[in-house]
Design a protein around this ligand. Sequence first.
Ligand SMILES: [Mn+2]
Length: 296
Amino acid sequence: MLKPSSNNFLALDGEFCDIKTAKFAVIPVPYERTVSYFGGTKLGPSAILEASSQVEFFDEETKTETFRQGIATFEPINCEGSEEEVFVRIENFVKNYINTYKQFPFYLGGEHSISQALIDPYIEKYGKELSVLHFDAHADLRKSYYGDERSHACALYPASRKVRVVQVGIRSIGLEEKDNVNTGNVKTFLMHENLDQKKLIKEVLENLTDTVYMTIDVDGFDPSVIPGTGTPQPGGFMWYDALNLFREVVKHKNIVAADVVETAPMKDNPISEFNAAKLIYRLMGYLTLKNQEELK
Ligand SMILES: [Mn+2]
């Protein structure tokens, strides 16, 4: 279950993807069950890994060769079986991972519902010290959707009952979840009300606790940045605005894990998976500079 993969992030091999020395781990979770619009998110992790072979080793913004920190890629978590079985399997994997490995993990989806199983073990570990930065077009705060509490439309509901959830990029809310927005543990920054990026970043930092799990639904980006996704929405984050936000969050908070979900590869157009791979590598760059106390 935990053996290193052959389809490695950045196509690394040898010492740079050795699990014993790596600073980062990439863990594919190719789960797709409850998509309501475009399918294909189960192909997201493998497409991101393949596209990552085209990302330059030298990162032009952080001016680092982050891969030298070591990036271990895991075999995909087995997502075959009943919903219940798969969720238990993912959760057990994460619990085991937390107890066994020190590498910062990037979990690759797959549809967003997996975040329920990914986040829970971190809540168990950190309790109310943990907050979740939720980057998404959708609030994902329905208690259930078409009778399913593990729908992608419910991804953040369970976490929001337990810990602080700070939502950014939100521009689609269902009537049945509107009362779950901006109440209790949930702070929701609606996209159209928060176009002043400096102000938004300041308020996001104020609303997060010091220990943060980041869940990044790629539809938080504008579809011109990442068009290949399960349920696209217009008017999302542009590339540099999102990076500015993520850089400041990494700089000021202790990030414990991240997931990047909902990439659905398009035929003959690899831009979505390539941009997701570049985003992950950039985040690794920020985390590396932060560890070296050089993040500006
Ligand atoms: Mn979404």
